[in-house]
Design a protein around this ligand. Structure first.
Ligand SMILES: Nc1ncnc2c1ncn2[C@@H]1O[C@H](COP(=O)(O)OP(=O)(O)OP(=O)(O)O)[C@@H](O)[C@H]1O
Ligand SMILES: [Mg+2]
Length: 1032
């Protein structure tokens, strides 16, 4: 219910007790609102109101059953399973008996409800193989009883035409161990008469449509319902919503389950068939107007065969009545009406008795023989209040039954309420409601009640009729506030009554009954001779049924109404000893349409089921009560003192809570274990406050939960990180260890290699040597000599590479040379070639030579424009190869004269400005001498045969080596050049000699010596000095 408080705006109120106002309007509106949401169940306290939806709702599956199993009544939305489950659990915990009263109009869903409860128990109760058979029998008793006791009516295609009370017996473990059925007031008149649009009991159609040909033949039947009068009065033998053929199979199977074997089946179906044959018996008047059987005596034969009675006697029974006078028996002939009455009475009697026999058989099969104590849940599926256009004896009985049940309800509910108040220590406040005891008394009171008067009329000798019965009623009930007839009524009311009517003001409303047929129906007479005949029947079922009626007892049997009254009294006793649960079934519309809510019809049922009365009783004191702990548990967030925990007694907690909420003293009462709240509005205010508070709480809880989740997540992440870290460190450490091991191995190898580096290549040193080689090559690569002349830089090799080093060195130098050679120009090449010549001529011979090496040779030393043109003119035929300024020493006196020396292809010219002073043909140049010292004196030794001719030529040239090298090349005089030590002889003229003496002095000088020689002093060459000092 608490859940429902939240959803009340959307789906209406789940418990009518909590309606703000208890008006019929509010009640209907709430029903309607819920119905439009397919919510067919609503509570009035623990009473369940069920509104027939006329469509399959997905709320009866095993999942739903699971949801409701063992759950407190108010925790889930209203459901028939909740009621069934709570009855069951209360029974188990309190170890007492219960019953569930299901009432409502025809077609409101009573039978469906009782089946749903049975199914729920079948699934939810513990089960064993033995128990399963009991369970199956209980479930399967339904199709059998429905086949024989249900029929299509205008209101319901499967209308139960009897009242049914079924006990389910449970042992202390809660196992369903047995069952027992009581049946009430089967509508036997249907066997012989059906209104238009209605059918006889289903079994007749099922037999004709579904039975095998052989069985039909055996029973003398044809497969055509239209042939049987008892099946065709309603003119609707075939109904689309009913499949008789299939139902037949179900019934056959069910009969087996409830232990009705083949031989009994035969007897049973013989009776059913005999009724069909009976219906076809017709009578015609003889000459005196008395009844005789029509010629179709075949039917009579079949009846006699099937019922196992003598055909003659049967015939007699239909046409004569046996009257006993003193010791004599007189046969009094029947009129046709009497004969038909006798026929129909037999049909009704055998069918009614067979139905009772069936119920007994089913009871035997479900009976629990274990003597240990059982607790019981009774299911009462009984007709609700009935008000038709014309109401007869049946409606009278039915409505009387409902008055009795209402009386029971009032007693039980008030008792329960009172007991609860007492138990809780709360003062009982008298409740205003209508007590219908007065009506019950009106009907059932001994000697004065309607039933007593009816019986009296039935028994009275003389010509008692329905109207005399009415008159007697009028006499006896004249002043009763709940009884009216045409005669007794005031003017206004009289207009609404016929003369043969009487009206009862039932608790649920007024019902007008037509007295016609009351006496006959109450008598339900079967003529004695027929009854006796039936006792002799060879059909065991008939025989058994009729012999129990005690034919020896000549006392008149109890009338139907009296029987019904006593069975109701018994039922009331049975129910009074049990705890009650109620289901009130309502029809949503008359046309069996899904989703249609016929307000007038529902209002009518609400009234006739006494739901408003029920609500009023329920609401008389306090609308809501709940155990302290449950109340506190739900609403504790509304008070700081009780939230989040109340440590003390829950009752104190509730007191604190309601004080905090500002409940006024008359709005609630504190019981021993429960709080009682008088008005729903007080509870709603609390619930609304709770609703608001819930959001706040939810946010707080969410935050807490998120925090908790996040912390958990963080802790998990941290743990994961530590794990990963550890693993990673392990991996790293293992790698490091491997690296170290490898390093140790490498170093060891290296050391070994180093130690054995001098030995031949072995496995020990091969790597080391390779390393050394590679190392050497790498270093060598970095430190290679850059120039050809660099002979010092070569990286000194380890012994293992010395050979390679030598090869590489040579290769490298060759490469450098190659590069160098490729890099030099032709001019440079020519220059070097000249330098090479100079080297061969002077290297190691003349002291000044080393200084000259660095001086490059030039093509010529005197520009052409510096040579006198006349000279050029004179030697134009000869190609000038080289010119150089020289100092020529005269042959006589050795006077120095600056001259230009021009070398041509053929001769050397000594030129003084425009004059060619001397021409020395190379052919006549026999030798060239220079000293070994650092001076620059050169002597040309010239062949001199003619004394007039000039002698040898003494010159000083600053570019001595260049000049001599060029000369040697131009004149091809390499061999003619001599480096002389000490002095050079010269021929001054033919035959006249002189000399040039060379010496070393502090400074260079050239002068004529006293001996007439030319004295040449040169300084010591620096390099020479160095070398000398080095040598020293
Ligand atoms: N809970 C339900 N869900 C769906 N349909 C239902 C439900 N209850 C009843 N019905 C429909 O209503 C029809 C009549 O129901 P049911 O036979 O139980 O009525 P009843 O009250 O036993 O009537 P009667 O007094 O004539 O025996 C069912 O055949 C079914 O079609
Ligand atoms: Mg029914």
């Amino acid at each position: 219910m608490e859940g429902a408080l939240t959803a009340r705006d959307r789906v209406g109120i789940q418990d009518f007790v909590l309606l703000d106002e208890t008006t019929e309007e509010a009640f209907i509106n709430n029903l309607k609102k819920r119905f439009s949401n397919d919510l067919i169940y609503t509570y009035i306290g623990t009473l369940l109101v069920s509104l027939n939806p006329y469509k399959e709702l997905d709320i009866y599956n095993s999942k739903q059953m699971d949801i409701y199993m063992g759950v407190n009544f108010f925790e889930l939305p209203p459901h028939i399973y909740a009621l069934a489950d709570n009855a069951y659990h209360t029974m188990l915990t309190e170890y007492n008996n219960h019953f569930i009263l299901i009432s409502g109009e025809s077609g409101a869903g009573k039978t469906e409800a009782s089946k749903k409860i049975l199914q729920y128990y079948a699934v939810s109760c513990p089960s064993t193989t033995l128990l399963n058979t009991v369970r199956d029998k209980m479930l399967m008793s339904n199709p059998v009883l429905e086949a024989f006791g249900n029929a299509k009516t205008l209101k319901n295609d499967n209308s139960s035409r009897f009242g049914k009370y079924m006990d389910i017996q449970f042992d202390s473990q809660g196992d369903a161990v047995g069952g027992h059925i009581l049946n009430y007031l089967l509508e036997k008149s249907r066997v012989v008469h059906q209104n238009h649009g209605e059918r006889n009991f289903h079994i007749f159609y099922q037999l004709v449509e579904g039975a095998g040909d052989e069985l039909l033949q055996q029973l003398g039947l044809e497969r055509d319902c239209q042939l049987y009068k008892y099946l065709t009065q309603g003119e609707c033998a075939i109904v689309p919503s009913i499949n008789d053929k299939n139902d037949w199979k179900t019934v056959k199977n069910a009969l087996q389950v409830v232990n009705i074997d083949e031989s009994y089946n035969n007897h049973l179906f013989s009776i059913v068939a005999s009724v069909l044959h009976l219906g076809n018996l017709t009578f015609s008047p003889d000459s005196k107007g008395l009844a005789t059987l029509r010629s179709n005596s075949d039917e009579l034969q079949w009846v006699s065969n099937l019922l196992g009675v003598d055909a003659e006697k049967l015939h007699e029974g239909f046409t004569f009545r046996k009257i006993e006078a003193k010791n004599d028996q007189i046969l009094s002939p029947f009129t046709i009406d009497h004969a038909i009455y006798a026929r129909d009475a037999l049909a009704k009697a055998i069918y009614g008795q067979t139905f009772t026999w069936l119920v007994n058989r089913i009871n035997e099969s479900m009976e629990n023989t274990d003597p240990s104590r059982k607790t019981v849940i009774g299911l009462l599926d009984i007709y609700g209040f009935e008000v038709f256009y014309v109401n007869s004896f049946e409606q009278f009985c039915i409505n009387y039954c409902n008055e009795k049940l209402q009386q029971l309800f009032i007693q039980l509910t008030l008792k329960a309420e009172q007991e609860e108040y007492e138990a809780e220590g709360i003062e009982w406040e008298p409740v205003q409601f209508f007590n219908n005891k007065i009506i019950c008394d009106l009907v059932e009171e001994k000697h004065r009640g309607i039933i007593a008067i009816l019986d009296e009329e039935c028994l009275r000798p003389g010509d008692a009729t329905d109207l005399t019965f009415l008159e007697r009623l009028e006499d006896k009930m004249a002043n009763h506030p709940h009884f009216v007839t045409h005669k007794l009524a005031d003017k206004m009311t009289r207009k609404t009554l016929e003369r043969g009517d009487f009206r009862l003001l039932h608790y649920a409303g007024e019902v007008t009954y037509c007295v016609v047929g009351f006496l006959d129906k109450n008598n339900d007479l079967l003529y004695r001779n027929i009854k006796d005949l039936m006792c002799q029947s060879k059909n065991v079922i008939i025989q058994k049924c009729f012999s129990t009626l005690d034919p020896g007892n000549r006392k008149r049997p109890e009338t139907v109404a009296t029987q019904f009254k006593s069975s109701l009294l018994k039922l009331t006793e049975i129910l009074m000893a049990k705890e009650a649960w109620y289901i009130r079934c309502l029809k949503s519309n008359e046309s069996k349409q899904k989703g249609q809510f016929d307000e007038a019809l529902v209002r009518h049922q609400v009234k006739y089921l006494g739901l408003m009365e029920h609500l009023r009783v329920r609401r008389a004191g306090f609308a809501y009560r709940r155990k302290y702990d449950i109340f506190l548990q739900r609403y504790k967030p509304l008070c700081p003192a009780t939230w989040p925990h109340w440590r003390g007694d829950p009752a104190d907690g509730v007191e604190v809570l309601v004080q905090h909420l500002g409940y006024l003293p008359n709005e609630y009462k504190m019981g021993r274990t429960k709080i009682f709240i008088r008005h729903p509005r007080t509870l709603y205010a609390t619930e609304d406050a709770f609703e608001r508070c819930k959001h706040e709480l939810a946010t707080r809880l969410q935050a807490k939960y998120k925090g908790y989740k996040a912390k958990g997540e963080f802790r998990k992440q941290k743990e994961a990180a530590t794990k990963i870290e550890t693993c990673w460190r392990g991996v790293q450490a293992r790698k490091e260890r491997e690296k170290r091991a490898w390093a140790v191995k490498v170093i060891k190898q290296f050391i070994k290699g180093y130690m054995t580096r001098g030995q031949a290549k072995t496995t020990d040193n091969s790597e080391y040597l390779a390393f050394v080689r590679q190392n050497f090559l790498n270093r060598l690569k970095e430190n290679l000599p850059k120039t050809v002349l660099d002979k010092t830089t070569w990286y000194s090799p380890p012994p293992v590479c010395s050979e390679t080093s030598e090869i590489l060195r040579k290769l490298h130098y060759r490469l450098l040379v190659r590069k160098y050679v490729r890099g030099i120009t032709p001019q440079r090449k020519a220059q070097l070639q000249l330098k090479l010549v100079a080297s061969t001529l002077f290297k190691g011979k003349k002291e000044s030579y080393p200084q000259s090496i660095a001086q490059p040779f030039v093509d010529t030393r005197i520009n052409e424009q510096d040579i006198n043109p006349r000279v050029i003119q004179m030697i134009r035929n000869e190609h000038i190869k080289y010119t150089v300024p020289v100092i020529k020493y005269d042959r006589n006196g050795f006077k120095p004269r600056p001259r230009q020396l021009i070398l041509t292809q053929t001769a050397a010219y000594v030129v003084d400005d425009a004059k060619i002073k001397q021409r020395v043909l190379y052919t006549s140049l026999k030798g060239i001498s220079v000293s070994s010292l650092t001076d620059a004196i050169v002597v040309f030794h010239i062949t001199c045969e003619d004394p007039k001719q000039k002698g040898d030529l003494v010159m000083q040239c600053d570019y001595l080596f260049e000049f001599l090298t060029k000369l040697s090349v131009i004149a091809n005089k390499r061999d003619a050049i001599h480096v002389v030590q000490g002095s050079i002889k010269i021929e001054v003229q033919a035959g006249k000699e002189n000399g040039v003496d060379f010496s070393i002095g502090p400074e260079p000088m050239v002068y004529k010596g006293k001996n007439g020689h030319l004295m040449v002093v040169s300084i010591v060459c620096l390099t020479e000095l160095c070398l000398k000092s080095h040598r020293d």
